[in-house]
Write a protein of this length. Structure first.
Ligand code: SF4
Length: 357
């Protein structure tokens, strides 16, 4: 793995023409790291701002883990390539954030007197429908935003007690304009919460940076990028998946989905099982069953690596999903609008956390 003693902040300031917070006026910086490239780029810019104001001790990093649905670690030819959660922690360390200020959250629930992980696919199986765009994108809010909000509550309470005023937070996201029209129109800086406990500014400092520039910057800094972006782990060619979050995101483009199917056949089969039992396709444009078939055709992308998904965490997911499918669905099917193009519409490198934070 690349050394983490990095000179992160020698590039030209790319935020000069953008709105952003006054660094010294922020009490708590919340840098969202998904293990993907965009969150890291944004986090480095926010860290630079905090450092220049002498308030880097106010910086926290946070990763909302999707458990076995995010890209796991793989070992190829004796070399281990970290999964998303682990890479988020590595990125946090590279930014200079001490381990005690790196927070990982994962949704859980009480089951038979025990606290156990509650994975998104289990919820989908219980509900009987898939997330989609707009208001139907409950995956982001329930599996990321609300967890992160909750994780910062004790920190905000403690700061409020000391400051005797609402705590000003910067929620730093990796959203970029060239990901989608939706994201292009989203302000790089806006206030999403303003109450007696906290004022939260959502800040996307990398909003105007192109995809290529993010990749180039990552490579120039010698920072590790997720193996899923490469044609095969260790290639370093950025020729694999274009996004890094759920391995099989409902909003992903077809190539990414075919790569996900071929890289994680057992996970794809589990998605297809949910589709079959609930009678609702994975997204309005395609079904997981069709993607699995397409992935077997000549011309489908080479996965570069095939993951066994034979560990206890995946087994627990499969058991929970199969159990959920034995019961009636909890929700009526949401009628989803069709997707106009073969492109990821709402993003998902960290999903672009929505809602108040
Ligand atoms: S990666 Fe896609 S499916 Fe997964 S939580 Fe984000 S938007 Fe939802």
């Amino acid at each position: 793995m690349t050394t983490l003693q990095l000179d992160l902040f020698t590039t030209e300031p790319e935020t000069a023409d953008q709105a952003g917070p006054v660094p010294g006026e922020i009490d708590v910086y919340m840098l969202n790291l998904s293990g993907g490239k965009d969150g890291l780029r944004a986090a480095a810019m926010a860290m630079e701002a905090a450092r220049s104001a002498g308030v880097e001790d106010r910086v926290y990093t946070v990763h909302a883990s999707l458990g076995p649905m995010e890209w796991p670690a793989v070992t190829v030819d004796g070399v281990r390539y970290p999964g998303s959660s682990e890479l988020a922690a590595i990125h946090s360390q590279a930014l200079g954030v001490p381990p005690e200020r790196h927070i990982e959250v994962r949704r859980s629930r009480e089951l038979e007197g025990e606290r156990v992980p509650y994975d998104l696919l289990t919820f989908i199986a219980e509900r009987g429908d898939w997330p989609w765009l707009g208001k139907a994108r409950w995956c982001t809010g329930d599996w990321k935003t609300s967890l992160i909000y909750g994780a910062f509550t004790p920190i905000v309470r403690a700061r409020k007690k000391a400051l005797r005023r609402p705590v000003v937070c910067a929620n730093v996201l990796g959203i970029r304009a060239d990901e989608s029209p939706d994201r292009k129109n989203r302000p790089a800086f806006r206030t999403t919460t303003d109450n007696t406990a906290r004022i939260v500014h959502e800040w996307s400092p990398a909003h105007q940076i192109s995809t290529q520039d993010v990749k180039d910057w990552t490579d120039q800094q010698g920072l590790p990028h997720h193996w899923c972006y490469d044609s095969h782990p260790g290639a370093g060619d950025w020729a694999g998946s274009s996004r890094c979050s759920c391995s099989l995101c409902v909003l992903a483009n077809t190539r990414d989905l075919l790569l996900g199917v071929k890289r994680r056949p057992r996970l794809a089969e589990l998605y297809a099982l949910v589709e079959r039992v609930r009678g609702v396709s994975f997204n309005p444009k395609t079904s997981m069953a069709a993607l699995i078939e397409q992935a077997g055709h000549p011309g489908a992308p080479d996965p570069g690596v095939v993951i066994d998904d034979d560990g206890p965490e995946f087994d627990a997911l499969e058991t929970a999903v199969r159990t959920a499918l034995t019961k009636p669905p909890k929700r009526d099917r949401y009628v989803r609008p069709g997707a106009p193009a073969d492109a990821l519409l709402g993003g998902c490198d960290g999903c672009g956390l929505e809602g108040d934070q």
